[in-house]
Design a protein around this ligand. Structure first.
Ligand SMILES: *Cc1c(COP(=O)(O)O)cnc(C)c1O
Length: 408
């Protein structure tokens, strides 16, 4: 391996081996005012967080019943345009409940991208169902509808209204697109496939709060969707998530299931099935209400940062800065660099040199189909997901890297 150029060696002749140093230089220039080290993403608390959380403690409403829980559900529904939002302890639990609500059962297959955070597959597994891995497309970083359609034409057929995998004999119940790093999947063609094959559409919108697909908020197209408010997401409740749906009956069922299936009664404990203790506590919801008030500013600042990166990386040969697909307005949750195939060998050097220089950069997730618990699951050809896995690097994306009265 070549010796690393020092970051300020801007005088040196450009060769392929300069790439790690050049990436460090660009990050240095884009994030000149930022305190080092610069994490990949950290929460920003610049609003009413203290006031709202203190009010929970002062009024002793800290647990899952409380005014902030109801308010966060109303505010999320209003913001996203979904008819209903039901908050939950985290995004994984929200996704598990979504899948259960659309009828996913033991031994069903659920189509999910191989390139996603492990929670997407885990939520399927919690229901004793089986993840079936789908390839991604480079244009969106998410599930490839054209490739999925052609694949299903080969391996699936609809029998008595149920999609069946003719190779395994198992029902394929649902498809879960994941809007990777906030960039929306192309939902129109995917919806057509769901209609043709009688598949439920459940969106893993954990990363895409604030992202629009053709003007509509992500997570409002499927029968239901899961959001996450983990500490590294665009807004946070500490830990938390939500289910979005336009279906009132589904929303009521979601609330019932996540509240230990307890029937409304003044004093009696009546539970009518095995429910989950998945309801978000009021303390977390209070934080969420304060965060959601700031979401529009966070999004503006994140887009400004993305523009800054895009301009700065335009001149760097060997990497490209990933931009939202044409039909989308993305939240740019985590900014993405894609390495050219020719420079794959430099990925680890780039990760090492940027982290050594104090910039939190990360590779993407390993394909879930390569993890020990999922390696025997059904999968289609995953060549694009595999290429993205080797080429993708996330770079610092916290909204406070841009001041609120930002630059251009
Ligand atoms: C963050 C995330 C989740 C769920 O996260 P929680 O940590 O359980 O809130 C699910 N899917 C994806 C793709 C995620 O990034």
């Amino acid at each position: 391996m070549e010796t690393a150029e020092h970051p300020d060696s801007s005088e040196t002749v450009q060769t392929a081996s300069d790439l790690p140093g050049r990436v460090v230089n660009v990050l240095d220039a884009c994030l000149a005012e930022a305190e080092r080290p610069v994490p990949l993403h950290k929460p920003v608390f610049e609003g009413n967080e203290w006031d709202y959380v203190k009010e929970c403690i002062d009024t002793e409403w800290v647990s899952s019943v409380g005014s902030y829980v109801d308010r966060l559900e109303r505010d999320l529904a209003e913001y996203t345009g979904a008819k209903r939002a039901v908050v939950a302890v985290n995004g994984t639990a929200a996704l598990q409940v979504c899948l259960r609500l659309v009828g996913v059962e033991r031994n069903d297959e659920v189509l999910i991208p191989a390139l996603t955070f492990v929670a997407t597959a885990n939520a399927v597994s919690y229901l004793d169902a089986i993840p079936h891995f789908v390839d991604s497309e480079e244009r969106t970083l998410g599930l490839d509808p054209a490739k999925l359609g052609a694949y299903l034409d080969d391996i699936a057929e609809v029998r008595d209204g149920t999609c069946v995998n003719t190779q395994t004999g198992r029902p394929i119940r649902a498809v879960v697109p994941m809007h990777a790093y906030g960039h929306p999947v192309d939902l129109d063609p995917l919806q057509n496939i769901c209609d043709t094959y009688h598949l439920a559409l459940v969106e893993d919108a954990a990363e895409s709060l604030g992202s629009l697909y053709k003007g509509e908020h992500t997570g409002t197209r499927g029968q239901c969707a899961a959001l996450s408010f983990n500490g590294n997401k665009t807004i946070t409740t500490g830990g938390g998530g939500a289910i979005l749906t336009d279906d009132e009956a589904l929303a009521d069922e979601a609330k019932h299931l996540t509240t230990v299936a307890k029937k409304d009664h003044e004093w009696e404990y009546v539970h009518d099935r095995v429910g989950y203790n998945y309801r978000m506590p009021n303390l977390n919801a209070a934080l969420g209400c304060a965060q959601l008030e700031q979401l529009p500013t966070f999004l503006e600042r994140k887009r400004t940062l993305a523009r800054r990166y895009q301009k700065a990386f335009a001149d760097v040969e060997g990497v490209s800065f990933f931009q939202e697909p044409g039909f989308a307005r993305s939240n740019y949750w985590l900014n993405v660099l894609l390495l050219d195939e020719a420079d794959l060998g430099l990925r680890d050097a780039i990760l090492e040199e940027t982290n050594d220089a104090g910039f939190g950069t990360r590779p993407t997730w390993q394909l879930l189909s390569s993890l020990p618990m999922y390696e025997d699951c059904p999968q289609m050809d995953l060549s694009t997901a595999g290429s993205l896995e080797r080429r993708l690097i996330n770079i610092p994306s916290t909204p406070s890297l841009v001041d609120s009265n930002h630059d251009q």
